[in-house]
Design a protein around this ligand. Sequence first.
Ligand code: SF4
Ligand code: FES
Length: 249
Amino acid sequence: MSQRQITFEILRYDPETESEPRFQAYCVPCEEEWVVLDALNYIKDNLDGTLSYRWSCHMAVCGSCGMMINGEPMLSCKAFVRDFPNGGSIRVEPLTHFPIERDLVVVMDDFMDKLQAVKPYVIPKKKRTVEDGTYKQTPKQLHQYQQYSMCINCMLCYAACPQYALAPDFIGPAALALTHRYNLDSRDHGRPQRQEVVAAHEGVWECSFVGACSEVCPKDVDPAGAIQQMKIASTVDWYLEHLMPWRRK
Ligand code: SF4
Ligand code: FES
């Protein structure tokens, strides 16, 4: 099996003891099939046990290993080292636009608060009991929201979003894509409850449609598309409300 010696320049920072972040270089003998996460695990196991980073599944499912790799937001378990230029080093930093907890670990509180604000769960019309049986959906009803349900909350879209950098109150791509996912679900009747957040200035209207969120999304969720569709739905709401109030449901 072929090996490549690759230098990883990794951002290190402990806000409790250090005044500012610094880069530390590690030379790692990488196997052909390794992803960046394998190299980090090698460093942690063999070179420096103090390095901190998040990961769990190693298969692009849990969403916890997002990092900036050579300046791009990526899942480190999906970033093959063989895809980076031969002979160059690989720079690894925590997801940008988020405060650093330690090394490559970021503080997720802002994202969690925004997720909570959009009520990302099915809100039924009336309370159901177990005796009512399972909800049933046709393949067409499932198809309506399925793409938006693939989100793994990895926050790469927030790191890619220039608007989130400028306006931290922006609810942001993933939370809005999940809002759209539940609004489109035939079992859900929670859209009016979510609309206050969606239609606020910090909601869909803060998005300037750069589209970087959809480009970096590892699950093809297309948050930018979801946001534009919600802009149209919110505009229709406004017209119904102000110009044709008799048509309001
Ligand atoms: S929309 Fe895509 S990039 Fe954003 S959190 Fe979900 S999976 Fe990650
Ligand atoms: S380790 Fe789970 S998504 Fe990368």
